[in-house]
Design a binder for this molecule. Structure first.
Ligand SMILES: [Zn+2]
Length: 337
């Protein structure tokens, strides 16, 4: 971590595990009658946690604080340098996907937060439904380019269970988006939860073709992908720097590849670190659904743009999903559809 934790580091208990969860049995518009899986309760943070790190694109020092939030809040980013104005972390607030996932206020593009995806992935894996995320600049600190430091922060903050059931979004029929030979799709699953597969294929031989599949849960996320770093090609860095972007980028917060060579002195954390990082991105981007997806995700060369198009296409097809729960998030999805 290139930042400093501002609180003492005490690894807490994770609070009570939901004993059985609670049944949530509200069907969507389709009124489907098949039995619904039991649903866990919403969670928020036990306490606030704050730190400071570097923004990848501005190169600025950014203060980040995570705070508990009431049930039904969702994940809400707030710009403390802009009077605390808020941007809910939802797919329909995504304003840019070229270098990272950026959310913005639809009525004020200057009210934006970039590089939210790795934090969102850690929140998703830990089952945090409700949190305020305060930043004093236009992006989330990048730390080492993976989700590991966000996992650490969430461990420091701890979890607490709330009363209301989680908002669960079930995929009812396949939805697919494509761009050339790249694609992303969601389809119904045989069991509750989210199964995910990602494949990539780069001409740079240090990356090449890689596949990673997982049944998404907290333990698998932490064990198998959380510390896998973002990556870039050397020629892309030169173009970004020439355009005044990625000012905070360095070998400390990204893997840099030049053909068959990894330029980072310590090499890779795993031989297939690249595709595992793409999985982190997909987990974080899909959490912008505003609830827990249950189904099967498959991505091929899929990045932030396709991941977001996938959610927009899903929610535009009212027969492709149903949402359970009476939360404002669930109601908003029904109304927007
Ligand atoms: Zn990433």
């Amino acid at each position: 971590m290139d930042g400093m934790l501002a609180t003492s580091v005490t690894l807490p208990n994770h609070g009570p595990t939901p004993p059985d969860g609670i049944a949530a049995d509200l069907p969507g518009r389709d009124g489907a009658s098949r039995p619904l899986p039991r649903t866990a309760r919403q969670q928020t943070l036990r306490q606030s946690i704050s730190c400071v790190g570097t923004g990848l694109h501005t190169g600025r020092r950014i203060a980040l604080a995570l705070h508990p939030a009431p049930e039904h809040t969702g994940i809400v980013f707030r710009r403390t340098d802009m009077d605390g104005r808020a941007i809910p972390a939802r797919f329909d607030h995504v304003a840019d996907t070229r270098l990272s996932t950026v959310i913005a206020d639809p009525h004020d593009p200057a009210l934006r937060v970039a590089t939210i995806e790795h934090l969102m992935s850690a929140l998703s894996a830990d089952g945090i439904d409700n949190a305020y995320v305060d930043v004093d600049g236009p992006e989330v600190p990048v730390f080492d380019g993976s989700a590991a430091d966000f996992v650490f922060l969430l461990d420091c903050a701890g979890h607490v269970e709330q009363t209301a059931p989680r908002t669960v979004i079930e995929i009812l029929r396949p939805v697919r988006v494509a761009d050339g030979d790249a694609f992303a799709e969601l389809r119904p699953g045989r069991e509750a939860g989210l199964s995910m597969t990602m494949t990539i294929d780069f001409s740079a031989s240090a990356i090449g073709a890689q596949t990673f599949a997982m049944r998404f849960d907290r333990q698998v996320f932490r064990r198998d992908i959380a510390n896998c770093r973002t990556f870039t090609l050397r020629q892309e860095i030169e173009a970004l720097h020439a355009a005044g972007l990625a000012r905070g980028g360095s070998l400390d917060n990204a893997i840099v590849v030049d053909g068959d060579t990894v330029l980072n002195p310590c090499g890779l954390r795993r031989p297939d670190e690249f595709v595992r990082h793409k999985m982190i991105d997909a987990v974080g981007d899909l959490y912008l659904a505003g609830g827990v997806l249950t189904g099967v995700f498959a991505g091929h060369k899929s990045g932030h743009a396709l991941n977001n198009r996938l959610l927009r296409t899903l929610f535009a097809d009212r027969g492709a999903w149903r949402v359970r729960g009476r939360s404002p998030q669930a109601q908003a999805l029904r109304v927007a559809a």
